[in-house]
Design a protein around this ligand. Structure first.
Ligand code: IMP
Length: 200
């Protein structure tokens, strides 16, 4: 059975991926504790995902997967983007990041509050080019936080067609439509194709 190392220490992501890829006959293993830490200093999600996946593939000599994601707000020209986790400062909390976003959009009318979450997943294979897939999910930045599920910007990310923010969805509902779910569905297609082809 082929092993894929997930270049993340996030147990939630490991479980999610393991479930998604179960029927492809793949074993998802966590990154070894002694593997080198990767500094996410890229200017794009793709650069960060590639850096993480390629570092771990080189270290383990196994296939490695990594993802990078964030929020892109139209009115802010795509910011915070790769700076989503540290928008309000290096160790900023979710609440601080959300407060900064609300302040920057204070008098912005509803029609100009469009935004999207983006997720890029990189699959690095020793000696072969890295493959990328990505997913987006569009919504609107609300004028106040709503809901308690999820994490990050979820309480501000409003989906007009559902009348709810991401934080008001159950994990199952979010996992059906999120940027990560879209990227993972594409990853599954790509992996199925690679595993059935000659370049495996
Ligand atoms: P990472 O890709 O897990 O490092 O996520 C980077 C940052 O993007 C997080 O710390 C959040 O601020 C934001 N983010 C990414 N995905 C989500 C999501 O599904 N909901 C809310 N915030 C997210």
């Amino acid at each position: 059975m082929r092993k894929i190392v997930l270049a993340s220490r996030n147990q939630h992501k490991i479980a999610e991926l393991a479930e998604l890829l179960a029927d492809l006959g793949l074993t998802i293993v966590p990154v070894p504790a002694e593997a080198p830490a990767v500094v996410e200093d890229g200017e794009t999600f793709q650069a960060n995902a590639a850096k993480k996946a390629e570092t771990i593939a080189a270290y383990t000599q196994e296939w490695a997967l990594a993802d990078d994601s964030g929020l892109e707000v139209d009115f802010l020209g795509g910011k915070p983007g790769v700076y989503s986790a540290r928008f309000a400062g290096e160790d900023a909390s979710d609440a601080e990041n959300n407060a900064k976003l609300l302040a920057l959009l204070k008098d912005v009318p509803p029609a100009e509050r469009g935004a999207q979450f983006r997720s890029v997943i990189a699959l690095a294979r020793p000696g072969q080019p890295t493959i990328f897939v990505e997913g987006t999910c569009r919504g609107v930045i609300a004028t106040e936080a709503r809901g308690f599920n999820g994490f990050g910007y979820d309480p501000l990310f409003y989906l007009p067609e559902l009348g709810k923010t991401f934080a008001e969805l159950t994990p199952e509902e979010k996992n059906r439509i999120s940027h990560r779910a879209v990227a993972m569905a594409k990853l599954k297609e790509v992996l199925a194709e690679i595993l059935s082809g000659a370049d495996c």
